[in-house]
Every structure is written in C-alpha cells, then in structure tokens.
Design a protein around this ligand. Structure first.
Ligand SMILES: [Zn+2]
Length: 219
C-alpha cells in the first residue's frame, strides 16, 4: 500500500491530482478538516476535546489532530488501504508528530510528494479568475486581463474578487512559503521528498506522478 503526503502551493493543481490518484491507485484522500468535523458530529472523545478549542476560536492542537489521524490510518492499515494526506501536515511540528505516529504504527511513509510549480506561474494561474457581478459565473483569463468585458452567460459585468487579486495572492503565497519551506527541507533530509514538475497540463503532471509512484517501495 501507499502512504503519501501531498504538498503544493495554492494553484498547484494538487486537488485535481489527488482526485486522479484516488482512482488510479484506489487510494483514499484524507482531509483533516472533514475528519475533524466528523469526530465533532459523532461527539467522540477527540471530537469533544477539539470542540472546546474551536468554541474559544482557537486552533485545534496538533496532538488532537494526530489522535484523529492515528485512528483512521490504523483502520486503513488493517484493510491495506492506500491513503493520501492532502492539507496535512502544514507545519514542521505536525510533520514530526506525523512521522512519530507512523513509527509507532510500525509502518513507513512512502513519500512526501511536492507538486513543484514556479511562483510566477502560480500567480498567473491564481490571478486569472474573473467573476460575473450578476450571476457569479467565473472565467479564467491567464494573461491577467479579461478578453471580454462582460459575462458570456448573462452579459453581466466582470470583476476580480479581492481573493483573486494579485496583492492578496502574493500574500497567500508568502504564507505558504513560510510554512512549507521548513517542511520541504525536513522531508528532504529524511530522504522522503519527491518533486514532480507541476508546470504543464494535468495529464502530463499525472504521468510524472505515476512515474514516481511506480518506483516507490510498496509495503
Ligand atoms: Zn453572468
């Protein structure tokens, strides 16, 4: 089975590739946000503890998140079900705690796979989105300026949401870089980091990922 961490900036196409890998490798995509909501809904011990922090507007501590992940991954181990972690770990302490958790399970992470896209390309992709004021439809103009001033669906005026503006995007990327660079170095030192070229169309990126996964040790 494969135990994978997926890393990549906003706009890297990480979600799309995770979905493709799910099909190709019969893997489960683990979203810690979904898991957390499920624990809270079921009012499990971990869910109740998590809730105490969330009710105060605080972040859920890493040990609770790891507790939740430990539970679900052990279930997957017993079924020999491959899994992909998307959106976790986000920080170095989380990465360390995760590897510690796997060590206790006496299993090994297959790889931390980084979808590598140059920052200028991420900015181009992220800032290409325009939204219709009238119907909310979105349209991508990769050169940054809309070719048409109005919405193709309804003729409404197109505008750029604050989230999609260059300044906001540069800030998001700065935060991403600050959190992720130590993670990348950490997995690199552990010999677990694999980089896939994320510049190109989804098919060629998927082929690059397949090539890497082919050569990973299966346990
Ligand atoms: Zn419209």
């Amino acid at each position: 089975m494969i135990r994978l961490i997926l890393l990549g900036g906003p706009g890297s196409g990480k979600g799309t590739q995770a979905d493709r890998m799910k099909e190709r490798y019969k893997a489960v995509k683990i979203s810690t946000g979904d898991l957390l909501r499920e624990e809270i809904r079921r009012e499990s011990e971990l869910g109740r503890r998590a809730r105490q922090f969330m009710d105060k507007g605080e972040l859920v501590p890493d040990d609770i998140m790891i507790g939740i992940l430990d539970k679900i991954t052990q279930k997957f181990e017993s079924r020999k079900q491959s899994y992909i972690l998307d959106g976790f770990p986000r920080t170095l302490p989380q990465a360390e705690a995760l590897l510690e958790m796997l060590k206790k399970q006496e299993v090994a992470l297959s790889s931390a796979l980084l979808i590598d896209v140059p920052e200028s390309e991420l900015v181009r992709r992220l800032s290409s989105r325009w939204t219709c004021k009238n119907c909310g439809a979105t349209v991508g103009y990769p050169d940054g300026k809309p070719r048409h001033a109005v919405c193709g669906q309804c003729g409404g005026e197109l505008y750029q949401r604050d989230d999609d503006k260059k300044e906001t995007i540069l800030n998001r990327l700065k935060v991403y870089r600050k959190n992720t660079e130590p993670l990348i170095r950490y997995f690199e030192e552990k010999g677990l980091l694999k980089r896939v070229n994320g510049f190109g169309d989804p098919d060629s990126i998927a082929a690059g990922i397949a090539e890497i996964l082919e050569h990973l040790p299966r346990t």
